[in-house]
Design a protein around this ligand. Structure first.
Ligand code: PLP
Length: 411
């Protein structure tokens, strides 16, 4: 395979107006919080605004010209997202409001129909709350059991340990691809292959993978994946659940209302086909249209090239952090993407984040909606710096300088 040509970071940055914002009056923002939400490119902002300005009609319902245009754009967005993840059929792409809703949808619908008392859902110690709590809610409803594949002290998921936990009662493997809290990339292939061989269904939380890695659902082999638009340079309030068509076809609705029905009477209702069966009510139309612009923006740069750039920036971030006295990395996984978590000896993570902010450096602090992995690694929280395709060595230099200064002044 030939290496992807390097990306043109200057032109990427020119597309991202948020990067020119000054914070605290006169500080140029250094945005290292892409794992929480990536900045929006101008074409994304424009595509969403064009809908609001020029054809702000509802989808699927009316016969007039504006509604037809809105419906065409909405369904074209579904095709764009399908192409982006190499899904065979756009109708296997369900729009939700985020990864959280996608996983809740899957838990409620597929889980509610397929999991009973004693059936096991296997997750990892790395999960975001979005891939923990829906299963706890389902367990309370159905009696299914949540089991956790532990990580090692570095934050790696050992494949042999994970495989040893696949048992006769395992019905679902629901795994994060990339940890939002410490950056671990989980080696999914052997786990998905083994699950498949045993007839275990697989759901992948790809929220932190999609902005950094090429995602090909056919190659991945999972039954379903969930991700969010706003972490891949799209608007907030849009998510995707992709699932195998035959799986979706058998899944019952999870919310009732307009659009998800075929017929309604007071006696009974019948259901629309997927994906609309799972999209009750008016969707986030401008957000979905913005998401398709984000897909086209990412495609115009190239996901292989983004992956190479983001890997280099992640390595540089870790190298810089390890060079600073009193900085302790939290999680040192073998394979990492996009983020590094750390604490400064003697300093609370919230103080560190606040002081970095005074230097214009935007990082995230706290437990990152992943309390269990924080506890597993013996901390209450961390400072997390996360990068994207817009990140430069200058950003990381500004971050390192600010962090050194914060440590020096704080004492
Ligand atoms: N899963 C992971 C790995 C995440 O990083 C996040 C958000 O940080 C989520 C799920 C939830 O995503 P959202 O808040 O967009 O629903």
């Amino acid at each position: 395979m030939t290496a992807a040509a390097p990306i043109d970071v200057a032109s990427i940055r020119a597309d991202l107006p948020a990067l020119s914002v000054q914070v605290h009056d006169d500080q140029q923002v250094v945005y290292l919080d892409a794992a929480a939400s990536a900045p929006r490119p101008t074409p994304v902002i424009e595509a969403a605004a064009a809908f609001d300005r020029e054809y702000p009609a509802n989808v699927h319902r009316a016969t007039h010209q504006m509604a037809a245009q809105a419906t065409a754009a909405f369904e074209a967005a579904r095709a764009d997202v399908a192409r982006f993840i190499n899904a065979a059929n756009p109708h296997d792409v369900v729009f939700t409001k985020g990864t959280t809703e996608s996983i809740n949808l899957f838990a409620s619908s597929w889980g509610g129909a397929n999991l009973g008392a004693g059936d096991e859902v296997l997750i990892t110690a790395l999960e975001h709350h979005a891939n923990i709590v829906p299963w706890q809610l389902l367990a309370a409803r159905t009696g299914c059991v949540l089991k956790v594949i532990d990580c090692d002290d570095e934050g790696n998921i050992d494949t042999a340990t994970a495989l040893s936990m696949l048992g006769d009662t395992t019905k679902l493997l629901s795994l994060t691809w990339v940890s939002n809290a410490i950056g671990t990339v989980v080696d999914l292939h052997p786990l998905i292959t083994a699950a498949k061989a045993r007839g275990v269904t697989t759901l992948i939380d790809a929220a932190q993978a999609v902005p950094h890695l090429p995602v090909d659902v056919r190659e991945l082999g999972a039954d379903a994946i969930a991700f969010s638009g706003h972490k891949m340079y799209g608007p907030t309030g849009v998510g995707v659940l992709w699932a195998r068509g035959d799986l979706l076809a058998d899944m019952p609705p999870w919310q009732g209302g307009g659009e998800m029905i075929r017929t309604v009477s007071f006696a009974e209702s019948t259901w629309n086909d997927p994906p609309w069966r799972f999209e009750a009510g008016t969707p986030n139309i401008s957000g979905v249209i913005g998401t398709s612009a984000a897909v086209r923006w990412l495609e115009s740069i190239g996901m292989d090239a983004i992956a190479a750039h983001d890997a280099a920036m992640t390595d540089e971030l870790v190298t810089r952090l390890t060079s600073i006295d009193r900085v302790q990395l939290v999680g040192t996984p073998q394979h990492r993407s996009g983020a590094a978590s750390f604490n400064v000896e003697g300093m609370h993570h919230a103080d560190c984040g606040m002081l970095l902010d005074r230097h214009g450096v935007a990082v995230r602090t706290g437990h990152h909606c992943a309390e269990p992995i924080m506890h597993r690694l013996g901390v209450s929280g961390t400072v997390r710096a996360s990068i994207g395709c817009f990140t430069t060595s200058d950003d990381l230099d500004a971050f390192e300088t600010a962090l050194r200064r914060v440590i020096e002044v704080f004492g």
